[in-house]
Design a protein around this ligand. Structure first.
Ligand code: M6R
Length: 521
């Protein structure tokens, strides 16, 4: 990027033009010469063709939009109209910033917020002509349309590293605040946990579909343990990219919760739209206010983690878990599955979490030698049981995306059904263990891995650590109830991945091949 055609039109594009091959063949037959193999370049040539045919910017954009299929947010500059940018979107996000004497375009408000807090969000199939003096927005058929001018929160502004070496390190340290603020967002004016929905609507919830990708998907998997055990409401967790394509049977579920830090993951957005089309009511659990998922969901549950810049999700994950746990408690209470005393007891425990996470943050120095050893491994396994199983998946994802060490997470009890064959001398096995109802069984699974040569790196609470006398390294956090242990144990798992990546010298905040927000399929 940019892609330039005929030295006249330059474009930048986020998304995929699905029918670019046929467009390219048509244009090549007309004499257009392409300089790349990308789908994006056809946009530049389509605009040249439209301008050559005498169309003005608005008509040219309508003609281009009528021809392309796929997801896109693009911007066009032409030497014919030097005071103007043309922008359009479908599915991929795009925000216009309105300044005092300039206008701006960006993929979201965060990218613009050091320039202006006044933002216009385009809807799908909108296009806009952007000049320094203002923006004119149109629907795909050329009909002018007014889109609201939104004033975004100052906290959505760009942030610096605050003295830390990496954004990720800073964001790990921001977790006590992220959790406390997210808890505040889930507390009503009477000081009780709330699901931010009417009691009537909550009472009507019969089954919940949790939709998400990546780390957010692992948060939903942990939440399933909470919602089913506390509220006795059936839950399915769906990988968003699979959901709408597999023709799911939806009759038993009437609520879909789309969980997304960015609120812009295309897979999650599309899955939420599919759930809505199937008649479900929708909740968007997002960290970015005014994101597309937030704007389209019937109800918003906010995480208040603040801007997350590092590609690896950290504070948004523990904030998502906090909100999901609060939601589970509020649902359970309304459904009559737990009494006030139990709800209050859990609430008090969550209030104590920021302090406990703060203590877990002191583990950095102690974990450096462990990370140093891990950094020379070719492969690592992560094991957990119960709600710590999805945390094992998340721990493995953190390690592989940051340090490029191959890592797999397994339910400890599954080891004997196949994965134990992977255990060889000295393979690191990161074990997530808490003093809960499955601790003894989980510990036995770990002992078996150790007996076959696995080097156990134990991440556990203090009580569980006492049970394990075979670990090579023991990282402990304070004891908490089993409901909260996935949130607290997430912190050392993040620190381990972070320190290992630093040891390996990888690009911690921007790992190879990854984007912070995945706005294409
Ligand atoms: O913004 P989202 O939560 O929708 O992003 C989903 C995933 O792309 C994301 O969680 C990704 O897996 C993490 N950044 C990895 O650390």
């Amino acid at each position: 990027h940019p892609h330039v055609a005929s030295k006249r039109v330059s474009i930048v594009h986020n998304g995929i033009i699905e029918n670019y091959r046929s467009i390219r063949h048509r244009l090549e037959a007309l004499g257009h010469r392409f300089s790349s193999d990308t789908d994006s370049e056809v946009l530049a040539h389509l605009f040249v063709e439209a301008f050559d045919a005498g169309m003005d910017p608005s008509a040219a954009t309508q003609s281009v939009l009528a021809e392309i299929d796929g997801a896109y947010a693009f911007a066009v500059m032409s030497t014919d109209y030097p005071d103007m940018l043309i922008v359009a979107r479908n599915a991929s996000p795009l925000a216009l910033g309105i300044g005092d004497d300039a206008c701006y375009i960006g993929s979201d408000a965060t990218a613009l917020s050091h320039l202006t807090r006044k933002v216009v969000y385009l809807k799908d199939n909108d296009y806009a002509l952007v000049r320094a003096t203002g923006v004119a927005v149109y629907q795909a058929d050329g009909e002018p349309v007014n889109r609201e001018h939104v004033i975004v929160a100052a906290s959505q502004g760009l942030v610096d590293k605050g003295g830390y070496r990496h954004y990720m390190e800073k964001e790990i340290h921001e977790q006590p605040d992220a959790i406390a603020h997210s808890l505040a967002a889930m507390t009503d004016k009477n000081g009780c946990l709330t699901a931010r929905m009417s009691e009537k609507k909550l009472r009507e919830v019969e089954g919940i579909v949790l939709l998400a990708a990546g780390t957010s998907h692992y948060a939903t998997q942990i939440a399933r343990y909470w919602i089913e055990s506390l509220a006795n409401v059936p839950v399915v967790c769906e990988v968003a990219s699979e959901y709408r394509y597999r023709q799911p049977a939806t009759a038993s579920y009437n609520l879909a919760i789309a969980v997304s830090q960015s609120g812009e993951s295309l897979d999650t957005l599309m899955a939420m739209r599919h759930a809505a089309d199937c008649g479900m009511s929708t909740i968007g659990l997002v960290n970015v206010p005014n994101s597309t998922i937030a704007r389209e969901a019937n109800t918003v549950l906010p995480t208040r983690a603040g801007p997350e810049i590092g590609v690896a999700s950290t504070k948004s994950f523990t904030a998502q878990l906090t909100v999901l746990l609060c939601f589970a408690v509020a649902l359970a209470r309304v459904k009559g599955q737990i009494d006030v005393a139990r709800a209050n007891a859990i609430h008090v425990e969550i209030q104590g979490l920021p302090g406990l996470v703060g203590r877990a943050l002191c583990l950095f120095d102690e974990m450096r030698p462990v990370a140093h050893k891990l950094s020379s491994a070719k492969s690592a396994l992560y094991l957990g049981r119960g709600a710590l199983y999805p945390l094992a998946l998340e721990g493995a994802l953190k390690l592989k995306e940051l340090s490029y060490i191959h890592a797999e997470g397994f339910a400890s009890g599954e080891m004997k059904h196949g994965p134990i064959a992977l255990i060889e001398d000295d393979i690191p096995v990161v074990a997530l263990l808490a003093a809960d109802s499955v601790m003894t069984k989980a510990s036995n699974n770990l002992r078996e891995a150790n007996a076959r040569g696995g080097k156990i790196i134990l991440i556990s609470d203090s009580d569980a650590a006492v049970e394990v006398d075979y670990a090579s390294a023991v990282i402990t956090v304070p004891n908490v109830s089993s409901l909260l242990s996935p949130i607290l144990l997430a912190v050392p798992a993040q620190i381990l991945a972070y320190l290992t990546a630093v040891e390996k010298g990888t690009d911690v905040d921007q790992p190879r091949n990854l984007a912070k927000s995945v706005t294409v399929e």
